[in-house]
Structure formats: C-alpha cells, structure tokens
Design a protein around this ligand. Structure first.
Ligand SMILES: O=C(O)[C@H](O)[C@@H](O)[C@H](O)[C@H](O)COP(=O)(O)O
Length: 259
C-alpha cells in the first residue's frame, strides 16, 4: 500500500500551481512510457483548481493528444444540466485544451437508461472494459481491476469521495468496477460511481481539499479517527493530499508544515 503523503499550501492558488506541475510531470512520464495518459476527473471544486494547466508553460508543453479522460462519478441528469460533472469539466477545462473528443469518455448519464443509475453504471463498466481491451487502460497486477495513471479527487465535508458516502453500502463493493447510488445525501440523489477497489488501484491518486468546511473530515480521514471513505484512499504508487491552510487547520500539530 502506498504511503499517504500530505502537502499543505498557504492558499488554494499556490496549491493549484503545484497541482499543475505534479500533473504535467506525470503526463510527461506516462506519455513517454506508455504513449497514453489516463486521467480520471471528479466533480466539485477540483475542476476550478486545474486553471494553471490552461496557462503557459503547460498549455503548450503537455501532450494533450495522448490524454484519455474518465470520470470517477456522475449524476443522473442531462450532460448539459448544471448538475452534470461532465458539463462542469467540459466548461471549466476540457473545452480549453486540445484533447481529442474521441479520448473523452463521459459516464452514461443514465438518461439513455431512463434514469436507471444501475444500468448506467453497468454501461460505464463495459466502456472501461473496452478501453482495457484496447490497451488504453492497464489492469492492476493479477486482480484484473482497471489501473488509471492519475486520478484527481475531491472530498466533501462529510468525508465522501467520488459518490462513496459514509455509512452507505457502496463503499464495501468488492467486485464491481462501477456502481450506483439512488439515495445520495448530496443532491442529486441518483449517481454513478467508481468503486473503492478501482479508485485504489490507480497508480497516482491526488486528493485536493481547499476549504475550512473540510478541515474536520480531512483530519479524521488522515488520522483515521473515523471510518470515512476518503480515509480509505490509497494507490499503487503514490497518494498525495494537496491541502490549503484552511483545510489543514485541524490536522495534528506538526503535520502541516506549509510549503
Ligand atoms: O459529484 C460529486 O459530488 C463529486 O464528483 C465528488 O466526487 C466531489 O469530488 C466531492 O463531492 C467533493 O466535492 P466538493 O469539492 O464540491 O466538496
């Protein structure tokens, strides 16, 4: 299991600058080694923190044509609805970088399945299996689970990540790659989400948290004082929490030397 690292920044702007550098370094490593870079996005504030990737030097130096984009979760709603994680990422990031449209794999929003989140989850799992067969996504050792190169994740104030919520059964799924929830405590209630084994098989996992509302859960997750989904985050190679000072304010003294 990869050690959980923490990096604390004075402001979320400083965090965004380092997050861009971290992502760009991994992009160049994986594009060189594999010829592709598989990136998983989440919803929430994360997309806004990718702004630095849209600027020099990254906008010109990153090999965008080799990126393949997936989502860790989606809400059952139209892709052009304000609730959609696809729309959030498209408007704030994907429409501004030259990633080929055919390399962007939005989660079936469930509407083709008449609002059936379970069916939509099955369809996304099929989509991932196809990408494994095409050698775009690797699989993790002998487990057969997909192994993404980098996942960019966020955590809610209650300690949820993706659409895995505290006290909900989905966090214990061991077989499926993608599952669904119909009673999400964070609206909208119907969602599609990666399962924990898939999330934790990624080579690199980043958890970006920048708000004082998340401070209690960040401390509980990192210190394992409560069983929170975000506290179960690991990775194959490296898991790094990127926090601003506000989100790190409840961490034990000495844990948060500012960078
Ligand atoms: O659909 C969602 O709700 C998001 O995809 C989820 O994965 C997000 O990362 C967390 O909820 C944190 O969200 P905030 O950054 O808004 O707290």
């Amino acid at each position: 299991m990869a050690p959980v690292k923490r990096r604390v920044f004075k402001t979320n702007n400083e965090m965004a600058v380092e997050l861009a550098k971290y992502t760009a370094d991994l992009s160049s490593k994986f594009c060189k080694e594999r010829g592709v870079f598989t990136v998983v996005l989440s919803g929430g504030d994360l997309i806004a923190w990718l702004w630095k990737l849209l600027e020099a030097p990254y906008i010109d130096s990153i090999e965008w044509s080799k990126w393949h984009i997936f989502w860790v979760d989606e809400r059952v709603c139209a892709w052009d609805h304000a609730d959609s994680n696809y729309k959030l990422a498209y408007d704030g990031f994907l429409s501004k970088v030259p990633i080929p449209a055919e390399n962007i794999y939005a989660i079936d929003n469930g509407l083709g399945a008449e609002g059936n989140a379970e069916l939509a989850a099955e369809r996304y799992e099929e989509c991932l299996k196809q990408k494994v067969n095409q050698n775009i996504i690797r699989t993790y050792k002998s487990s057969g689970f997909p192994q993404f190169d980098l996942q960019l994740l966020g955590m809610g104030p209650d300690g949820h990540m993706a659409s895995l919520f505290p006290g909900h059964a989905q966090i214990n799924e061991k077989v499926k790659w993608v599952t669904s929830i119909t009673d999400s405590p964070k609206p909208p209630s119907k969602r599609i989400t990666f399962t924990l084994p898939v999330i934790n098989c990624a080579s690199y996992n980043v958890m970006a948290v920048c708000d004082k509302e998340q401070a209690d859960s960040a401390a509980a997750a990192l210190n394992h004082t409560k069983d929170l989904p975000a506290g179960r985050l690991t990775a194959d190679v490296e898991v790094v929490w990127f926090l601003d000072q506000a989100a790190a304010s409840k961490l034990p003294h000495g844990w948060c030397s500012i960078l």
